[in-house]
Design a protein. Structure first.
Lengths: 112, 114
């Protein structure tokens, strides 16, 4: 079982460009999450989805959008990247909201 | 406001000695508490959780955690540390005021010296 996969592993992006970070889970979990991890700031929730077809804003949603068209996929889109979005991005899922989350390997994004 | 605190940025332990990584929380209602480990350049891995039942919870890799309601703590412990336990450890608590999302501690770097 793969669990959660994320793509790409890393990316260097020019400021102003758009990009979609992909996340797929094969555990049939209802809830999915996007976090960013920055040194000194810990994990911060960007967006979440409690079930397919619904999404919600986390702590730092500005500049990011998500969609949840089906159970397995939860892409994160940066419409116009800025250098402050340089970070490591983690996707996670849980059977339902409020339970233990399982994390993907992360995407390291650098915006120049 | 609901919160979780990891008061130590770093914990240093000699190999073979017991280790403790501290976590305290503040939530309304009954807490759901979690511990995760992150190795360098990796995603977080779930270690253990407390939802209800016995205050001593056993998890992966020989780790355990003790839920203490009166002290609002959920410290992570291991009787004998291994060098391979060196990693970043995160405590989290479910936030019932924020759509049941998890509130994360800032993380504690655990260094086990040979």
């Amino acid at each position: 079982t793969a669990g959660i996969t994320q793509a790409p592993t890393s990316q260097i992006l020019a400021a102003g460009r758009s990009m979609t970070l992909r996340c797929t889970q094969d555990m049939r979990h209802n809830a999915m999450y996007w976090y960013r991890q920055d040194l000194g700031l810990g994990l911060r929730l960007i967006h979440y989805s409690n079930t397919a077809g619904t999404t919600g804003k986390g702590e730092v949603p500005d500049g990011y959008s998500v969609s949840r068209a089906n159970t397995d996929d939860f892409p994160l889109t940066l419409a116009s990247a800025v250098p402050s979005q340089t970070s490591v991005y983690f996707c996670a899922s849980s059977h339902s909201r409020g339970l233990e989350q399982f994390f993907g390997p992360g995407t390291r994004l650098t915006v120049l | 406001a609901q919160s979780v605190a990891q008061p130590e940025d770093q914990v240093n332990v000699a190999e073979g000695n017991p280790l403790t990584v501290k976590c305290t929380y503040s939530v309304s209602g009954n807490p759901y508490l979690f511990w995760y480990v992150q190795y360098p350049n990796r995603g977080l891995q779930f270690l253990l959780k407390y939802i209800t039942g016995d205050n001593l919870v056993k998890g992966s890799y020989g780790f355990e955690a003790e839920f203490n309601k009166s002290q609002t703590s959920f410290h992570l412990k291991k009787p004998s540390a291994l060098v391979s336990d060196s990693a970043l450890y995160f405590c989290a608590v479910r936030d019932m005021d924020s759509n049941y999302q998890l509130i994360w501690g800032a993380g504690t770097k655990l260094i086990i010296k040979p």
